[in-house]
Structure formats: structure tokens, C-alpha cells
Ligand binder design. Structure first.
Ligand SMILES: Cc1cc2nc3c(=O)[nH]c(=O)nc-3n(C[C@H](O)[C@H](O)[C@H](O)COP(=O)(O)O)c2cc1C
Length: 334
């Protein structure tokens, strides 16, 4: 069974170390990814703050943004030393800021350069070097383009490809629109797996439901879920059982909240804002009664300022008052 069978996607401003800690409480087996870290920030910026994570998070991959082989090699080495299990190169982000830095999705137009980057990183570290990319650029839906991209990188030693099954439209769409407007084409990703059976091909994009994701595992090695994992994190509680045939670590949501409490106290004592540590839990009751009051209480700036970590208890009280906790327990038992 591939270690990439179920991955939580890298997401800027979302999959920070607090979020990954919370996700790890819900699944022992999901493979976690950091937010993208630009090589410049890592080499010349607040390195310790960017890389810090607690040892319970493994397996966890560091995603890098960059296009200069020497800098990426240095950054990869730093990542390995910090304890990450994988270095992932971002070749899928379409934002204009990233394009100005000449990395992200625009790198798909330069497979030879990306191959140099992969080689340089592989020479620098002993952990896997993987690539996350799209299936094409702009409106061109030519399978040969992504096939040759993957082929070139596989010759450079990349064995794992995390494929967002959409083109990136480099002009005219915001990054957000670039996650919804270009059509999803799962068949292209399945075809990559057929053409490169020895490579690990992971499907990403638009997966919101375990049944749909599990069905895809008949034709790819793994699935990567982004937005749904953050908007509805309880879905991660089913991952160990449904994807790996193992019992998950958490029976119910309230137990997960209790498991988060020591971490909350420790981080807040160390100076982290309460809001930042609680944020990954906002969607925990999504779809159940009380979800809105839970979210509203947990993110209320005035409460957070006056009550600190006790905001969590107040949110639980609000949830219970709305009957949400009871409904959650019933849902968990079904
Ligand atoms: C808020 C946000 C930030 C993102 N940041 C990154 C990033 O840093 N690196 C990256 O490769 N992809 C990033 N993505 C894209 C996701 O990794 C993923 O490819 C995309 O959301 C499609 O998967 P989904 O439909 O399961 O969400 C981001 C997506 C979102 C919603």
C-alpha cells in the first residue's frame, strides 16, 4: 500500500503546524504537507519559525517553492535536517506573485529546468523528492504535454507525482478561480498511471467524499484532499479505517477536542495566539446543528482576547446548548 494513499494537500495560510497537529489527532496514516515555503524565505528569512513542528506529525512533507536548483538543494537539505520526511516541489501554484518569482505552475513550461531542480535536491538529501503539478497550462489540453513533463522528471529521479487534475490558467484567473474554473480531468491522471506504472501517481482536485476518492484508487496510487479536509476535518477520522484498514485514533469529536487541549495550553503558554491554535478546529461540527455557533464562538475576537484558551469551553457550551454535541454523538455512532 503506498504511503501516499491518502494525503492532505499543502495549503497556504491553512496547513500550518497547528492545523497539521490537529489533523494528526484525527488520522495516524494521512500524509501531511506544509504550506508552500519559498526558498528565499527559508534561506534568508525566519527559518526556525517557518520549519518548526512537533514530532507527533510524521509523516510530513515540506513543500518548497523555487526554481533555482542550487537554492532548492540548500533548502531541501535544511528541510531534511529539520526532520521532514519528504521534500515536495510546487509546480502547480498559478498566483501572479509566484509567477513573478518564476516558480509554481509556470515551471511546467520548463521541464528541463525542473529536472535540474529535482536532481539537485535528490543529490542533497536522502528523503524522497516529489513534485506537485497541474495537467496543463492555459487552455491547451494536450496529454503529451503533461506526459512529457512527468517523463522528464522521472528520468531525473522523481518517483512520486501529486497531480492536481486541472490546467492552470496563468492569465486572467485568480488562484481561487484556478481551483474551480479549469475543468477537472481525472482521466488524464489515470492515463499517467497507465503510461508510468512504476511511478506513484496521486490524484488531487475536487475530491470531497471518501466514496468518490476510494473509487479512484482503482486507477491511481493515492488521493490528495485539500479544501474538504480543512472545511470538514472530521472526514479525516475515517481515513485510517477506510484507506488503510486500521482503527482510527478518535472515536468522537469531543474526544478530539480534549486531545487538542494540552497542545493548546502548551502553545499559548509559549506565546502563540489562541486564535491560531483554535482555527483548524472551526469546521469540526460542519453539517451539524450548532456548527455556526461553535465557529462563531471559537473565532470571536473579543472572547479570544478576554477568555484566551477558555474560549474553547465557551464554544463547547454554546454547541451543547444548541443540541449539536448530542447530534454529533449520534452521527458518530451510526
Ligand atoms: C487556501 C489554499 C491555499 C493553497 N496553497 C497551496 C500551496 O501552498 N501549495 C500548493 O501546491 N497548493 C496549494 N493549494 C492547492 C491545493 O493544494 C490543492 O491542489 C487544491 O486546493 C485542489 O485540491 P482540493 O480540491 O482537494 O482542495 C492551495 C489551496 C487552497 C484552497
Amino acid at each position: 500500500m503506498s504511503p501516499h494513499r491518502f494525503c492532505v494537500a499543502p495549503m497556504l495560510d491553512l496547513t500550518d503546524r497547528h492545523c497539521r497537529h490537529f489533523h494528526r489527532l484525527l488520522s495516524r496514516r494521512a500524509r501531511l504537507y506544509t504550506e508552500m515555503v519559498a526558498t528565499g524565505a527559508l534561506l534568508f528569512g525566519p527559518r526556525e519559525r517557518l520549519l518548526r513542528f512537533d514530532g507527533t506529525q510524521h509523516p510530513v512533507a515540506l513543500q518548497l517553492g523555487g526554481s533555482e536548483p542550487h537554492e532548492l538543494a540548500q533548502a531541501a537539505r535544511i528541510g531534511e535536517r529539520a526532520g521532514y520526511d519528504e521534500i515536495n516541489l510546487n509546480c502547480g501554484c498559478p498566483s501572479e506573485r509566484v509567477q513573478r518569482g518564476a516558480f509554481g505552475a509556470c515551471l511546467m513550461a520548463e521541464p528541463a529546468l525542473v529536472a535540474d531542480c529535482v536532481r539537485a535536491m535528490r543529490d542533497a538529501v536522502s528523503i524522497p523528492v516529489t513534485v506537485k503539478h497541474r495537467i496543463g497550462l492555459d487552455r491547451v489540453e494536450d496529454y503529451g504535454f503533461v506526459r512529457d513533463f512527468v517523463g522528464t522528471l522521472s528520468l531525473a529521479g522523481c518517483e512520486v507525482f501529486l497531480v492536481h487534475a486541472r490546467n492552470a490558467w496563468l492569465k486572467g484567473l485568480s488562484p481561487r478561480e484556478n481551483r474551480t474554473v479549469p475543468p477537472l480531468r481525472y482521466e488524464t491522471v489515470a492515463r499517467l498511471k497507465r503510461d508510468f506504472p512504476a511511478l506513484t501517481i496521486v490524484l488531487n482536485g475536487g475530491l470531497r467524499d471518501h466514496a468518490v476518492a476510494l473509487a479512484q484508487l482503482a486507477r491511481v496510487d493515492g488521493v490528495m484532499i485539500g479544501r474538504e479536509a480543512c472545511e470538514n476535518p472530521w472526514m479525516l477520522a475515517q481515513v485510517d479505517e477506510r484507506y488503510f484498514g486500521e482503527r482510527g485514533p478518535r472515536a468522537d469529536r469531543e474526544e478530539t477536542i480534549e486531545a487538542m487541549r494540552p497542545y493548546l495550553m502548551r502553545e499559548v503558554t509559549a506565546g502563540e495566539p489562541v486564535r491560531a491554535v483554535l482555527r483548524p478546529m472551526l469546521g469540526l461540527f460542519n453539517g451539524l446543528p450548532g456548527a455556526r455557533s461553535w465557529r462563531r464562538t471559537l473565532s470571536d475576537p473579543a472572547l479570544l482576547a478576554t477568555e484566551g484558551p477558555r474560549t474553547l469551553d465557551l464554544a463547547l457550551q454554546a454547541l451543547r446548548a444548541s443540541g449539536g454535541a448530542q447530534r454529533a454523538r449520534t452521527a458518530e455512532l451510526q
